[in-house]
Unconditional design. Structure first.
Length: 573
């Protein structure tokens, strides 16, 4: 059965059996941003407050269950199986968050179970080769897979964890999860809940405890931020229902969580199908060979515009397609009367020879001819391919040293300083005059130069704005382009997906993704006539404004959807 059908079928099955106000809104809430997670939280809230299933007057009240648990604890203490513990502090009114249903009582978790902390095993026994017993670390709690670390040293039997035990991660994200994997050892910073009596449903107590621990997120137990103590677990207050009602609640929670799983699967399936459809249509669009083909292929996108562009990632894909079309010469018309790019490139070479005569640029090695394997698509009439070294008067790498930053001083541009062609004021960093002078020794950046991220966020770039004085930080390179070209057009050409794919493919599998100066010198870019470059940029700017408007509309729609989901959740709760 498909994930979609699995998601729809349980909704119908439980429509009458489960709280109607909740189930009727399941699908609507789940489609909001973070909707399924919100549903899971709502289910647990209703469960631990007695609002998920009906109370049965014939159920034995929970206070009798607590009395039996206390008696069982006393026997364990008397037999020496567990140590004597201090009596729990009385529960005061400030610790009770809601009115209890009939038959329920407030209880501290420590009166129902005790937390058993893990042991700090000696690191000399650690291995990842499968020797010894698996060792449960924080990352393994709730991961859904077995541990990857093993311990081959000595251990005590009380630190053995078996399937069905409930574990708590004590650092980072506080999680209460059942252990489904094989027998393993309990490591430090992971705690096991040991229950006094089987009558108490561990799954119910765990769900109620999870809500209490979530409220403690970000607190400080000892000297470490986000660290729980056994005392905090034992003192946590939960509302305890009769034993039979606990069983009904756990069963209903399991049913509804499976429904959430199905809705989540449905959402993933829809996202995958949407991405494939969008990728196919936009791929066909960018593969258009003529304006006529482009018009026909665009009509297919236009026919499904609302369906395709209903999420931010789809708008981003469309914007990238626009750039691909721009550098292929398919966004604007060609003018046969304009000077062809070939003549423009000859003028650029003449300019470089003149600058070389006056020693204003350094001599470059002769560029090898461009072969057909380097050509990524057919060019329109009047266009030419060129290597970046042929259209730049300088290409330099950043200094291979770490800049020493100061609070105020001179601007130093690194990969954190810009995104999508714009400076990020809150990410700018500064250096002293001495550091600045050291970092401009090779070449001082000027307004109009193109700065390009060559590591990490490869492809992010910016044209240095007028009035900006700066030096280069780490992981960037600089291109000083001929004034006969539009530097913004060249920036677009070297940030398209197909251009970056070729470059990154040169170093695939070799460390973090990166490109080097030699790669960029030899990289080929399409060059249109100058006037056409201006028309292309104007058209791209226009279409980007439309994309920005579409993003705003989507954001407003998602915000409205989130508010609606919040209102529905509040109504149900």
């Amino acid at each position: 059965m498909s994930a979609v059908l699995e998601a729809r079928e349980p909704t119908a099955r439980y429509l009458k059996a489960v709280q109607p106000a909740l189930v009727r809104r399941f699908e609507l809430i789940s489609t909001a941003p973070g909707g399924v997670e919100r549903l899971r939280e709502l289910i647990l809230t209703l469960a631990v407050q007695g609002k998920l299933v009906d109370q049965d007057p014939s159920d034995e009240p929970a206070d009798r269950l607590v009395a039996r648990v206390q008696a069982a604890r006393s026997k364990l203490v008397a037999s020496g199986q567990i140590g004597k513990q201090k009596p729990s502090e009385p529960i005061n009114e400030d610790e009770t968050a809601f009115l209890l249903p009939k038959g329920w009582v407030w209880s501290r978790v420590g009166d129902l179970a005790w937390p058993q902390a893990g042991f700090a095993f000696k690191s000399t026994g650690f291995n990842e080769s499968g020797m010894g017993l698996p060792l449960i670390r924080i990352r393994d709690v709730g991961a859904g897979v077995g541990p990857t670390t093993f311990f081959s040293g000595e251990y005590r039997a009380e630190f053995l964890v078996k399937q069905g035990d409930w574990l708590i991660s004590m650092d980072g994200e506080f999680r209460v999860r059942p252990w489904h994997a094989t027998t393993a050892l309990l490591n430090q910073r992971v705690t096991r809940l040991v229950f006094v009596a089987e009558e108490v449903r561990a799954a119910f107590v765990a769900a109620a405890l999870q809500r209490e621990l979530t409220a403690l997120q970000g607190t400080k137990a000892y000297t470490t931020v986000d660290h729980l103590s056994g005392k905090q677990i034992g003192e946590a207050v939960i509302a305890l229902p009769p034993a039979n009602e606990q069983a009904r609640i756990v069963a209903r929670v399991d049913e509804l969580m499976r429904l959430c799983d199905a809705l989540e699967a449905k959402g993933r399936l829809e996202t995958e199908q949407h991405a494939r459809l969008l990728g196919t249509l936009l791929g066909t669009l960018t593969a258009s060979g003529t304006p006529e083909e482009l018009a026909a292929n665009w009509q297919r996108v236009a026919d499904h515009f609302d369906l395709l562009l209903d999420r931010p990632e789809a708008v981003a894909a469309l914007e990238q397609a626009i750039l691909q079309l721009a550098v292929r010469g398919l966004l604007v018309h060609q003018d046969p009367g304009e000077e062809p790019a070939h003549a423009l490139l000859l003028q650029i070479q003449s300019d470089k020879r003149s600058l070389l005569t006056y020693e204003k640029v350094k001599a470059d090695k002769s560029s090898p001819p461009i072969n057909e394997n380097e050509v990524r698509f057919a060019l329109p009439p009047g266009w030419s391919w060129a290597r970046l070294s042929d259209i730049c008067t300088a290409i330099v790498d950043c200094p291979h040293s770490t800049a020493k930053f100061v609070d105020t001083g001179l601007l130093c541009l690194d990969t954190n300083s810009f995104k999508d062609g714009k400076l990020l004021p809150h990410k700018l960093r500064f250096v002293s005059q001495e550091t600045f002078d050291e970092r401009i020794a090779r070449l001082k950046p000027e307004p109009g130069d193109l700065v390009f991220a060559r590591e990490g966020s490869v492809g992010q770039s910016i044209i240095i704005p007028d009035g900006i004085e700066c030096c280069l930080g780490q992981r960037v390179m600089l291109f000083r382009l001929s004034q006969r070209l539009s530097n913004e057009f060249v920036r677009l050409a070297i940030t398209t997906e197909d251009f970056l794919e070729v470059l990154l493919g040169l170093h695939k599998g070799i460390g973090a993704k990166h490109v080097n100066v030699a790669d960029m010198r030899n990289a080929v870019v399409p060059v249109p006539p100058y006037r056409e470059q201006e028309r292309i940029l104007a058209r791209v700017s226009e279409l980007r404004r439309l994309c920005a408007d579409l993003r705003l509309r989507l954001s407003a729609s998602q915000t409205t959807q989130a508010h609606l989901a919040e209102a529905l959740v509040t109504e149900v709760a």
